[in-house]
Design a protein around this ligand. Sequence first.
Ligand code: AMP
Length: 471
Amino acid sequence: MKFTDLGLNESLLKAVKEVGYTTPTPIQAQAIPVVIEGRDVLAAAQTGTGKTAGFTLPLLERLSETKPQMKKKQIRVLVLTPTRELAAQVADSIATYGKYMSYKSMVIFGGVGINPQFAAIKKGVDIVIATPGRLLDIASQDGIDFSAVETLVLDEADRMLDMGFINDIKKLMAMMPKKKQTLLFSATFSREIKALASGLLKDPVLVEVARENSTAGKISQVVYPVDKSRKRELLAQLIKTNDWKQVLVFTRTKHGANKVCKQLEEYSGIKAAAIHGNKSQGARTKALADFKEGRVRVLVATDIAARGIDIDQLPHVVNFELPNVPEDYVHRIGRTGRAGMKGEAVSLVCIDEHDLLKAIERFTKSNIKKVDLEAFRPDPSIEAEPIQNGRGGGKRGGGQRNGNRPSTSSGTNRRNKKPAKNKPANNKPENDKTPTEKKRKPRNPHAEKIGSNLQAKLDKLDKKSNNNRRK
Ligand code: AMP
């Protein structure tokens, strides 16, 4: 299959050629023709599969096919994403692929001034890429008109639901015209996703691809057992002795990300930047740009902030702390080894995290190689303590994932029976929501019934996505 076989116009083919893509990825080969045809699509895919081009290319093609008269504040395409980073990335893709076409697109997300966004919409845009919270704020102040929306895309729908955006999404949907094309992308298919899909999609084409990010592929994984207090030292040593030029480091908390970043710079002279929900949008964009362009060697990120980050040829991912949810491990290490490149995922694991590691190994059906570094061998007299923060421990909106969520972060608590109280405020689990967004509660997952035809399709996807995960 070639890009020229997919029904894309010359301008798009030229742009694709310039980016250097020679062959469509499986999701592109499946999705592009049916999206151009105008069908609804339900896609089981996550980042790393080429899904962004899978929907942006055919959307641009469709836009070029008609030229309706637009009224003030009307838009033609809406893409909803869970995070600002993903929104910015989708917008980048649209700019890249659409460089030889004339249309206007803009991103809308919170954390930046709202007035310029009102003004830009008023001037006229064709494509809006937005996070749900801010878009709803604008829509409820009459700042945007959805009555001419031709295509709606829900990208990483499971993440949006996980982040408690379901009510915002429902309110936005109520403002859209009934007759439109809808594309829903999700890595997992919880009951909530099924309910959402059943309400939105009309006779969708199912598109499914194997997870390129599955841990078995081109990503080599290694665990270094080490005491918690010596992780920073070991990280600096690994970076220096292996001469790693670009490393994405994950911590569980925003506070942890700041601390690792500061210590790497202060004690080891390694240039680092942190990226998390407490940073302003400007700081996040700058950190990412500095990292991509090599001005900063280490980017320290929390799970939510790192979602959607797309860095071509990112060679090293380090889990400074293991995530509480095994599925997040797969998402994290999927940042490397993308689009056919080789990648290395390193985890620094202290005694408190042994149960988390076991849960990850169970979930990924793999036995991750352990490397015993004599100089960093853990002190056997140190006992495990409970992990006091992280996503798995907090009250999170959203559904149970399909995977096995460990009940607690560490069960091997011999010293402290109870988790410590009064944890510091800045040690809260990462959460990307604004204060208003935090108040919005996720909805009851059992609230909706699902049409039987779609239910069968969803069950099929669900089964496939679980099977893929087990592979
Ligand atoms: P995505 O799944 O959309 O986040 O894309 C993952 C990565 O694959 C991005 O870095 C894209 O630039 C890259 N990519 C997308 N389509 C292709 C293609 N057809 N050939 C090679 N790389 C691609």
